[in-house]
Write a protein that binds this ligand. Structure first.
Ligand code: DGL
Length: 266
């Protein structure tokens, strides 16, 4: 295998930039192709069939860019579609659910874990199953927080509105006495400061960081790391609204990602 081939990352939109940022940090020499399906966003309110159909198109697109590895950055797609995608394709793939679950298990001391995500992710029970598979005596409380994604996309992650919304959602975890909370959605790391103010002592599990570490480990273990140590490149493709994607991504990353290309994907 040619190790200089890029890593492909896909998400339903711009949220996966949280995963991109961590992968860039942990794997600075890897070329990356990021694909955001902004035209069909959000995935979090769609059915398993639709998310799987869209995800298949996303993987096809990345394979067309000759990627050596696929990162399903979207929690909803990881929860609903990854097991099936893995049966369709031989390219190695990783999602964010299993890595988040493993990190939560490592972090908890009292065995009480909270999970937040989109409606589709929570209804799929994917995190619940992944956690119980690791340790069946864990106590888990899951909650869909559908208002979080629009708040982040509006650039309101640090406002009073975000704080009030987070308070309403998260009080359930205080009562439950979860010592660990899985941020099971690409957008939730943006809300970390607000969540920390409410759940002061709860450990927050960011699947983005855990996934990046797992990608690095897997590439190294399979001798798939890029040998060339020159500066790596990143290219960004979306299916709609390039300027909006670029604005949010630039603001989150703190630098200009450059040209974002518009593509049609079936
Ligand atoms: N990327 C999605 C996720 O992580 C959030 C946005 C959406 O609903 O598409 O679940």
């Amino acid at each position: 295998m040619n190790n200089n081939r890029p890593i492909g990352i896909f998400d339903s939109g711009v949220g996966g930039i949280t995963v991109f940022k961590e992968i860039r940090k942990h794997l600075p020499y890897e070329n990356i192709i990021y694909f955001g399906d902004t035209k069909h966003n959000p995935y979090g309110s769609k059915s398993k069939e639709t998310v799987t159909r869209l995800s298949t198109g996303n993987v096809q697109f990345l394979l067309g860019k000759n990627v050596k590895y696929v990162v399903v950055a979207c929690n909803t797609a990881s929860a609903l579609s990854l097991p099936l995608l893995k049966t369709f394709y031989s390219v190695p793939m990783i999602g964010v659910v299993d890595t988040g679950a493993k990190a939560a298990l490592a972090a908890t001391e009292n065995g009480k874990i909270g999970v937040i995500g989109t409606r589709a992710t929570i209804e799929s029970r994917a995190y619940l199953k992944a956690l119980l598979k690791l340790n069946k005596s864990l106590k888990i409380k899951s909650l869909a927080c559908p208002l979080f994604v629009p708040l982040v996309e509006e650039g309101w992650a640090k406002t009073k509105v975000a704080e009030l919304t987070a308070f309403e959602y998260l009080k359930a975890f205080k009562e439950f006495k979860a010592d660990t909370l899985v941020l099971g959605c690409t957008h939730y790391p943006f809300l970390k400061p607000v969540i920390r103010r409410i759940l002061k002592t709860t450990r927050l599990i960011d699947s983005a960081t855990e996934t990046a570490k797992a990608v690095k480990q897997e590439l190294a273990a399979n001798s798939m790391l890029r040998e060339n140590k020159n500066k790596a490149a990143a290219a960004f493709y979306v299916t709609d609204a390039t300027a909006r994607f670029q604005k949010i991504a630039n603001s989150f990353l703190g630098y200009d990602i450059g040209k974002v290309r518009l593509v049609e994907v079936e």
